[in-house]
Design a protein around this ligand. Structure first.
Ligand SMILES: Nc1ncnc2c1ncn2[C@@H]1O[C@H](COP(=O)(O)OP(=O)(O)O)[C@@H](O)[C@H]1O
Ligand SMILES: [Mg+2]
Length: 346
């Protein structure tokens, strides 16, 4: 069972709607990131899919079969789902092999087969030969790899990850991102990956579902979420950039003529509406030039290999761009713009 359908799903805690009427399909073999700020309901949605929570409204289907509605819930262990949490949830008194083999032991798999499969998954997660190591001897990254191996050994067709990299340092996170991509390629499992880290979501998933306050704001491939955010919240949460108030003069066929910050320029647009709008300007579409928006340099921070330059327009709205050279703080500059996006809804 691999196709997950979530229909008008809700879960409340007291008067907080942790998940508030979400409908979303997770096609077989897809890799979906649930992205949103802390408290927006990502974990609750994941726990509902896994079966650790029951819905107040709506239903969850796997391949058309009912897993949960307010009256009936299939037990988590009967859903065929693998779950990896932020806290590794390993047994400290067992060695690596013991932890990884656990799901197979509960299924009474033959011990020779267990040894082979444990060896195989340890290799996949980059821990070949670690069978006899004690959990206490392992670093955080290694522990998370053990948790990953334990999930993989069960060979489930649905794998749920809840911020599996949240406790790791930046360097380790990057290498784990590669491990997750590899696992998706090898297993073809339907993966739902919860994170509040937009870089992780964009790098990993073939689809990003952006959540806020228990609701879905946008579900789209990473490139689209970045280039064409559905609203100002998504634009602010994914990537850097400046949102400025403007006015759409004409719009047709995906392109609009807009006026903002005293200039008239072309922007991409999802609709035909004219009138007031917010315009998104991403850093890579902006550069310091001899003409364009007039702006004052607020600061320039070296991020390596470029300076992140923050600029204030006459309207006090902010822009951000990357520059090899650092302009002086307070300097008046001009900014040329090669791409912009009209935010569809305010
Ligand atoms: N067991 C619980 N009891 C009460 N409130 C909860 C519980 N779990 C989650 N919540 C609340 O539900 C909302 C969503 O939480 P959660 O799903 O954990 O968000 P996220 O994973 O996006 O950080 C938050 O306001 C949180 O405080
Ligand atoms: Mg969470």
């Amino acid at each position: 069972m691999t196709f997950i359908r979530v229909e008008t799903l809700s879960r409340r805690y007291g008067n907080i709607a942790a998940v508030d009427g979400i409908s979303l399909d997770f096609p077989t073999g897809s890799f979906t990131a649930l992205l949103g700020p802390s408290g927006c309901g990502k974990t609750t949605l994941l726990r509902l899919i896994a079966g650790f929570e029951a819905p107040a409204e709506g239903q969850i289907l796997f391949d058309g079969k009912l897993m949960a509605d307010p009256e009936r819930q299939v037990a988590p262990e009967s859903r065929g789902v693998g779950v990896v949490f932020q806290s590794y949830a390993l047994w400290p008194h067992m060695d690596v092999a013991g932890n990884v083999a656990y799901p197979l032991k509960t299924r009474r798999t033959a011990s020779t087969e267990i040894a082979t499969r444990v060896g195989d998954v340890l290799e996949i997660v980059g821990l070949a030969g670690f069978q006899a190591r004690r959990i206490e001897e392992l670093s955080g990254g290694q522990r998370q790899r053990v948790a990953l191996a334990r999930c993989l050994v069960a060979d489930q067709k649905i794998i749920l990850f809840d911020e599996p990299l949240a406790n790791l340092d930046m360097h380790l996170r990057a290498s784990m991102v590669d491990a997750f991509r590899d696992i998706h390629r090898r297993t073809g499992a339907t993966i739902v990956y919860v994170t509040h880290d937009q870089a992780e979501a964009l790098a990993l998933a073939d689809r990003v579902a952006v959540m806020s306050k228990g609701k879905l704001l946008q579900v789209a491939p990473p490139q689209e979420v970045y280039r064409a955010p559905a609203d100002a919240t998504v634009a602010g949460f994914v990537g850097r950039g400046g949102l400025i108030a403007g006015s759409v003069k004409e719009a047709a066929g995906g392109t609009a003529m807009v006026e903002a910050a005293g200039h008239r320029f072309k922007a991409r647009s999802g609709g035909k509406a004219t009138g007031p709008a917010k315009i998104l300007l991403r850093p890579e579409a902006l550069r310091l030039a001899s003409e364009g928006f007039a702006a004052r340099v607020v600061d320039a921070v070296y991020r390596g290999p470029v300076y992140e330059v923050r600029l204030a327009l006459a309207t006090d709205e902010e822009l951000v761009l990357d520059s090899i050279h650092a302009p002086a703080v307070g300097e008046l500059v001009h900014v040329a713009c090669s791409d912009a996006w009209v935010i569809p809804t305010a």
